[in-house]
Design a protein around this ligand. Structure first.
Ligand code: SAH
Length: 276
């Protein structure tokens, strides 16, 4: 009945496998390192291994423990260093070697940061994962430019949307619910929208948003080189071209944008009512 050999009882127990590492998804915020949470700064300061994206600022990277190993897994829309599956596989492999690691992402990991996909992939592989939130670009841009996201008189709703429209070239109506985005009484913040700004503005107007609705582009929000361009949903695309706005930048649309109170220092205003 018992197939254990007689000597087995006295043999040394098999070495227990090294415990698997923990993955901590950390929000790096929009750029200004002082916008890191205390928890994020603590975890970075004691990290041994950090995988980071291209949107993480140098100022934030400076908070990583000096001896920590860093792996750049940055993704730019047309220039993927590692595909998403590759990043998940790499994290799983490292964690199974017993290495705990920090996965550092711009803004908040769960706001257009693929944090959800990574958490799912890790969970499927049995790897423990926890998340530390970060200030998302919308909050960073709002505070740094004095543009309120909600306002009791003009905006009782707030929508974050992606402007990264798959098939935007061929089919201009794909993916976003333009009717919902064109409603009054809300602020719409569009991430990854520099390339599709003309399509976005055109569709919003076509779906009923007044052409006079205030709209802003905020480039490199919270960083020293931040620029803020304010116009209307009709003028913003040409202003974006005139000023050569490049990613990372956010588009903010709605009456609340017209309630901007520019903070001391000027918020990098290059165009708009506040510069007039
Ligand atoms: N997880 C991030 C968003 C990543 S998607 C967050 O919560 O902020 C990448 C997009 O975020 C960029 O294309 C841009 O639209 C926006 N973004 C990130 N950092 C930014 C910054 N400092 N200024 C303006 N937009 C920024």
């Amino acid at each position: 009945m018992n197939d254990v050999s007689p000597g087995a009882a006295s043999a040394a127990p098999p070495a227990s496998p090294a415990p698997w590492g923990l993955v901590t998804l950390v929000g790096a915020g929009p750029g200004d390192a002082e916008l890191l949470t205390l928890k994020a700064a603590r975890v970075l300061g004691s990290a041994e291994l950090v995988l980071y994206d291209h949107l993480v600022s140098d100022a934030v990277l400076a908070h990583i423990a000096p001896g920590a190993e860093r792996i750049y897994v940055g993704k730019q829309s047309r220039n993927h260093t590692l595909p998403q599956e590759g990043i998940i596989e790499l994290m799983v492999r490292l964690a199974r070697q017993g290495r705990s690691l920090v996965r550092l992402k711009g803004g908040d990991p769960f706001v257009f940061g693929r944090g959800g996909e990574e958490a799912e992939g890790l969970a499927a592989a049995g790897i423990a994962c926890e998340t530390i939130p970060g200030i998302s670009a919308a909050q960073g841009a709002a505070a740094a430019t004095g543009i309120p996201l909600t306002h009791r008189e003009t905006a009782g709703m707030l929508v974050y949307a992606t402007g990264h429209l798959q098939g935007a070239q061929e089919d201009r109506t794909v993916q976003l619910d333009w009717e919902a985005l064109a409603r009054p009484w809300q602020t719409v913040v569009i991430y990854m929208g520099v390339g599709t700004l003309p399509v976005v503005c055109e569709q919003l107007v076509a779906h009923g948003l007044p052409e006079t609705t205030p709209a802003a582009l905020v480039e490199r929000a919270t960083l020293p080189e931040q620029r803020c361009i304010v116009g209307t949903v009709a003028t913003l695309p040409s202003l974006g071209v005139r000023y050569g706005v490049k990613p990372p930048a956010l588009i903010m649309i709605g009456e609340a944008v017209g309630r901007q109170v520019v903070p001391p220092g000027g918020a990098g205003m290059v165009s708009g009512p506040a510069t007039a």
